[in-house]
Write a protein that binds this ligand. Structure first.
Ligand SMILES: CC(C)(COP(=O)(O)OP(=O)(O)OC[C@H]1O[C@@H](n2cnc3c(N)ncnc32)[C@H](O)[C@@H]1OP(=O)(O)O)[C@@H](O)C(=O)NCCC(=O)NCCS
Length: 148
């Protein structure tokens, strides 16, 4: 399977949105919210600290990863934060996620980051195995409080 990893552009937005809905997070409820989601993606294209990489099979998008470079007050180097990583359901366990994450690791080294960090819900047991298989360690607990 020939997979290429490239930076996302405007024309990829509908496919990125479709994949995002696979992540079992709240999906937009109307056109107004869809526009908000689209603008959030566009923000990644105009901010030098943010990137979306897409995995393409031929010209079809089969996965993506979003990246934010964060400045930490107690570190001279940047931290790479990965808010989203998704591979299309039909093509999981074929090495696409690993390829996307290896691209991130290379990019983090090029950007002189000190580490890559991401969160993964307690329920995502398969994803935990995936991250461990590519050398990530569980290093913290996340605490959240809804304020809706
Ligand atoms: C998690 C995810 C991105 C992994 O991508 P993928 O393309 O399916 O994973 P890969 O094929 O690259 O797997 C690489 C390695 O991870 C491990 N792995 C992947 N899926 C696994 C699973 N379901 N169970 C156990 N190990 C798994 C394997 O060791 C695999 O190596 P191998 O194929 O040589 O055995 C993908 O499954 C996905 O999109 N899941 C739903 C969304 C999600 O949970 N995203 C992460 C949010 S934190």
């Amino acid at each position: 399977m020939e997979i290429s990893i490239v930076k996302a552009t405007d024309k990829d937005i509908p496919f990125i949105l479709e994949l995002l809905y696979d992540l079992d997070r709240p999906i937009p409820i109307d056109e107004k919210e869809i526009k908000i989601f689209k603008n959030k993606i566009k923000d990644y294209f105009s901010d030098s600290q943010k990137t979306i990489l897409v995995a393409k099979q031929d010209s079809k998008i089969v996965g993506f990863v979003s990246i934010i470079l964060l400045r930490r007050l107690n570190r001279a180097k940047l931290e790479m934060y990965i808010p989203e990583l998704i591979v299309t359901k039909q093509l999981r366990s074929l090495g696409i996620g690993k390829k996307l994450m290896h691209y991130c690791i290379d990019l983090a080294k090029k950007k002189d980051c000190y580490r890559i960090r991401l969160e993964s819900g307690n329920q995502r047991k398969d994803s935990h195995k995936f991250y461990k298989s590519i050398g990530f360690e569980q290093s913290s607990l996340t605490f959240t409080k809804s304020v809706l």
